[in-house]
Design a protein. Sequence first.
Length: 338
Amino acid sequence: MRVGVRVPPCDRADRIVETVRRAEQLGFDEVWFPDSQLLWRDVFTTLTAAALGTGQIGLGTAVTNLATRHPAVVASAARSVAELAPGRFTLGLGVGNSSVGPIGLRQTTSAAMREGIAMLRALLAGEEWEFEGKVCSRLRDPQPAIPLHLAASGPKNLRLAGEIADGVILLSGVSPATLAQAAARVREGAAGREEQPPLTVSAFCAVTDDVEAEARRIKPVCASIAQNGGAPFLALAGIDVQVPDKIDGVYPDLVHAEDWKAAVDVCSAWISDEAALRFAREFCLFGTADEIAERLRALHTAGVTGVFLQHVGSYDPPTELIEAVGTTVLPRLKANDR
């Protein structure tokens, strides 16, 4: 199983590259960069620097979108990065989330995503595309081998991802019950395909002996999932929480709060310490190096082909997480492989 880490483009690209190089040195397989134009530096600028500054680690977007970026623009940007990192780049796509909300746009619908991915594939393959029924154009110097992965959480998009994507990024966390349900929807969508698309799972991670202390810090993440239609997923794992549709006092949103401590305090009104602890144990990879390594092996046994780890916070690189996982968890996984 491939183990990656999420690195937000929260600083100058040349500084972020140092973080990526360290992940490569410690044996991570992939680095995934989120895309949100008001929160971070441009993702494709950062990817370009990372491509030039590394030699073997996989690079990907987790995720960019087809709402703030036209599919033709995404095709050109993806082609440009792939040229610099042959065989190492994966284009991860999603509905928009923190890119669209702050500028008043709506998330991409399933129908628009289907058409957008069809356009991307055609352009990356060098084929002509008829835009708005008026003009036929094509991408010069295409790159048809770029894998297109689709991030999904709801049943409709999970089925869509299984049907049309080269890989699926699951936003359901690592809870066995929710992961099994999400994977089942992907399999439904992929029923007519010769091979099932690979599954990559995102998970917040902390190497710690004190899970209770760390768990309190992820209350905003748990609250955000409940707020955005994920309450049934939480309930499957025995976490019953009710969160209002709108929560004041947190900017720009719960998961990307600029003042994380304040967000934790606000969310404590709906997420108890007990619920946060259960969320950390069920949905996240919190625990000792041995415990995390064992859970990663279990994920692989369950059919997961990749995981990318996230740290709490959006405006600093995951330096501590990379060091902790790279020096304690990855060696245990490699020792087991031998």
